[in-house]
Ligand binder design. Structure first.
Ligand code: ADP
Ligand code: MG
Length: 330
């Protein structure tokens, strides 16, 4: 069992950033209004995610740690629009690759459970005001071969920051703090975004200003288009806005950050007449559609998607962006 867990775990947890992704997604699924991520040594020695969500009842803590016990897969729901989690294997995987401690409060009772090497201890009473604290220490301590493949603390922290910022864009009404606590104590805040207010567009605009800067926000066109029940929303920068050679392309499908060649290609195609090949259009775009029209289970950790109607999606993006650019005088 422990060996199987470890192999499966490697699929979900490739590096500290993938652990952070799973933990922050869980906090979002729990309805958190504020999420704090503390990192030491690029996540290699400590990842701690604290949220103010609905928590886990003490008696449910062992269940949350059993593989697939919480799986929401019913064969059709692979891209649920309302929750990030669906595989029920993140926490068991994290427990197999590091020293995991979960402290949580639901209602009046708070409990704590510790997992090490895939086996968990019994639940103990704990003191916690609200929500959940998940702490993962010494990632890959039992598999030195994997540890060897991790990059420098700085590079791993960069990847963590990228994951947090993408999820912060996906959920502008939620507050996010990322701290580097490598030196101990309170550490240093490396990213902070307070909860945004207003409707979807206002909140996203505020969040993008926070993450990509005021200059992006001032040069961003609001995008809102629909074709055959596939909706495209978000912001795309004017071609005159430049981040040099830096890539600022943030793509989301049904609320999840994704990396997808089709979407990136469509974005490039829309700007083809305005940007030279070495410049990348900057945009944060959200596609919302019926979950049946897109597959997300290509790989648990890679956030790849496969659209059933790629031509339709590409056409929607290219025409919506070209219209917005034309309306803005391009
Ligand atoms: P999944 O998210 O796919 O359901 P996970 O292994 O990530 O699987 O989490 C298992 C379960 O533990 C979740 O379904 C949820 O019920 C509970 N859980 C995990 N993290 C939290 C959290 N931060 N707050 C409340 N419940 C949580
Ligand atoms: Mg999860």
């Amino acid at each position: 069992e422990a060996a199987i867990n470890r192999i499966a775990a490697g699929e979900v947890v490739e590096r500290p950033a993938s652990a952070v992704k799973e933990l922050v997604e869980n906090a979002l699924d729990a309805g958190a209004g504020r999420i704090e991520v503390c990192i030491a040594d690029g996540g290699k020695t400590l990842i701690r995610v604290t949220d103010d969500g609905h928590g886990i009842a003490p008696e449910d803590l062992p269940l949350a740690l059993s593989r697939h016990a919480t799986s929401k897969i019913d064969g059709t729901d692979l891209l649920n629009i309302h929750s990030f989690g669906f595989r029920g294997e993140a926490l068991p995987s994290l427990g197999a690759v590091g020293r995991l401690k979960i402290t949580s409060r639901a209602g009046a009772a708070a409990g704590e459970i510790v997992v090490s090497g895939g086996a968990h201890e019994t639940v103990r009473p704990a003191a916690l005001g609200k929500g959940t604290v998940v702490e993962l220490r010494d990632l890959f301590y039992a598999t030195p071969a994997r540890l060897k493949f991790l990059r420098t603390d700085r590079a791993e922290m960069q990847a963590i920051s990228d994951v947090v910022k993408r999820l912060a864009m996906a959920e502008p009404h939620v507050g996010f703090t990322l701290r580097d606590v490598s030196g101990g104590g309170e550490g240093r805040v490396t990213f902070r975004a307070d909860p945004e207010t207003g409707d979807m567009f206002e909140a996203l605009h505020g969040r993008l200003a926070r993450i990509l800067g005021a200059e992006f926000a001032e040069n961003a066109l609001a995008i809102d288009a629909e074709r055959e029940d596939i909706r495209l929303t978000g912001y795309a920068a004017l071609p005159t806005y430049s981040r040099g050679s830096a890539v600022a392309q943030y793509l989301f499908v049904n609320g999840r950050p994704v990396r997808d060649k089709l979407l990136i290609g469509a974005l490039r195609g829309a700007y083809a007449d305005f940007l030279s090949r070495d410049r990348h259009p900057a945009a944060a775009l959200f596609i919302t559609c019926d979950p049946h029209r897109v597959d997300v289970n290509v790989h648990p950790a890679k956030s790849e998607v496969r659209f059933r109607e790629p031509g339709l999606v590409r056409g929607l993006i290219v025409s919506a962006l070209r219209h917005a650019l034309a309306d803005a005088g391009h």
